[in-house]
Design a protein around this ligand. Structure first.
Ligand code: ADP
Ligand code: MG
Length: 345
């Protein structure tokens, strides 16, 4: 059961438009929604109920979730699921295809073996990892659209949507805000809603800032959670949205014998991805795209990740390397503020 943390009602100083913000725990993280002008409690309820619903459908930790049912039935029987669960699994597989299987929604057995951030986190034995590697093939996921069923062909297989669920939820929150706005009886000076959706650092900004200035979104320093490396400046029109999503070594990890083990895995060897990247940030319109791509590009590494970025329209990327060099791919207004880092020319 999510804990209600706080609900702040404030007024923007020097501005007549009230800003409200509400924070709750959901999708295994801290979710904060900030609304400008139409911050009625019912809208927050709608958004958070949807976030909790997505969690209840797609979390592997909730035993009644559809995903849990699919995983329990692995090797035995196809499981009928709701359309939206079917669709999101199908969508996940598009990113698998795009990334040559670097993005792998069948990564579940490896995720549970390591249990990074969980009570049983540990470095598994080579034998355990070897045994799990045979259970990660996406070709063993059978989707039947006519019957809306998902079948994992091998016993022990498990889906994990942790790398896209938050992106999907952020897109859904934005949709709810737009729809609520459309129903408002009396529009004020502007014709579009404004909001910041923050799902554990997966950020989506909706609309234009009240003073028409650009939104500034800080990008976390992967080596120091209290610092940022700089910020992305988003200058957009009233009806636009942008999302900024980061995958990195710092979100969930533990350190043993001086080695950092984080939560994004290679399906090739079953270990946390070990390349020269500390984090990958994607900026795009769709948050599910940004979430999937940040994980996919992080796993692929710079060269292959860059090639994917160049093949896509409207998507840009910030690579942060372990020598504290930053490389930008695509059209993004990034301002470096941290003198420990350097921006590649
Ligand atoms: P975060 O959830 O911290 O924002 P990501 O979006 O990168 O970060 O998702 C990481 C989560 O995705 C892991 O906790 C795990 O559940 C899952 N995962 C790990 N490795 C992969 C992978 N190679 N492909 C798809 N999902 C993965
Ligand atoms: Mg992701």
């Amino acid at each position: 059961m999510p804990i209600k943390l706080l609900c702040i009602l404030t007024s923007l100083i020097g501005c007549s438009e009230p800003i409200t913000s509400k924070t709750e725990l959901g999708l295994g993280t801290v979710c904060t929604i900030t609304l400008y002008e139409q911050g009625k409690p019912q809208i927050y309820d709608k958004i958070f109920n949807r976030i909790f619903e997505i969690e209840a459908l797609m979390s592997v930790h909730i035993t009644e979730s559809e995903l849990h049912r699919i995983n329990e039935a692995a090797g035995f029987t196809p499981v009928k699921v709701r359309d939206e669960v079917f669709n999101i699994i199908e969508r996940a597989l598009v990113y698998t295809e795009l990334s040559d299987s670097a993005f792998n929604p069948a990564i579940g057995p490896i995720v549970s073996l390591w249990d990074i951030g969980g009570e049983a986190q540990r470095v598994p034995s080579r034998d355990e990892i070897e045994a799990a590697l045979g259970l990660l093939y996406v070709r063993d996921i059978e989707l039947d659209r006519d019957n809306s069923t998902v079948f994992l062909k091998k016993h022990g297989m498990a889906l994990d949507l942790g790398a896209i669920a938050k992106g999907f939820a952020a897109d859904e929150a934005a949709r709810i805000i737009r729809e609520a706005w459309d129903l408002l009886p009396q529009r004020q000076q502007q014709d579009y809603p404004r909001a910041i959706i923050d799902l554990g650092g997966n950020i989506l900004v909706l609309g234009e800032k009240p003073d028409s200035s650009a939104w500034s979104i800080g990008i976390q320093d992967p080596l120091d959670s209290r610092e940022i490396i700089g910020y992305v400046s988003i200058d957009q029109n009233k009806n636009e949205q942008k999302t900024i999503v980061t995958s990195g070594i710092y979100q969930r990890y533990f350190i043993e014998d001086g080695i950092l083990y984080h939560h994004i895995f290679s399906s090739l060897d079953g270990y946390p991805v070990n390349n020269n990247l500390l984090s990958v940030t994607i900026i795009s319109e769709s948050s599910i795209d940004a979430d999937a791509l940040s994980t996919a590009v992080f796993v692929l590494g710079y060269e292959k990740g860059k090639a994917i970025m160049q093949s896509l329209d409207g998507v840009s990327c910030i690579f942060v390397f372990d020598d504290q060099l930053i490389r930008i791919e695509g059209d993004v207004d990034f301002v470096l503020t941290n003198s420990d880092y350097n921006l590649a020319l």
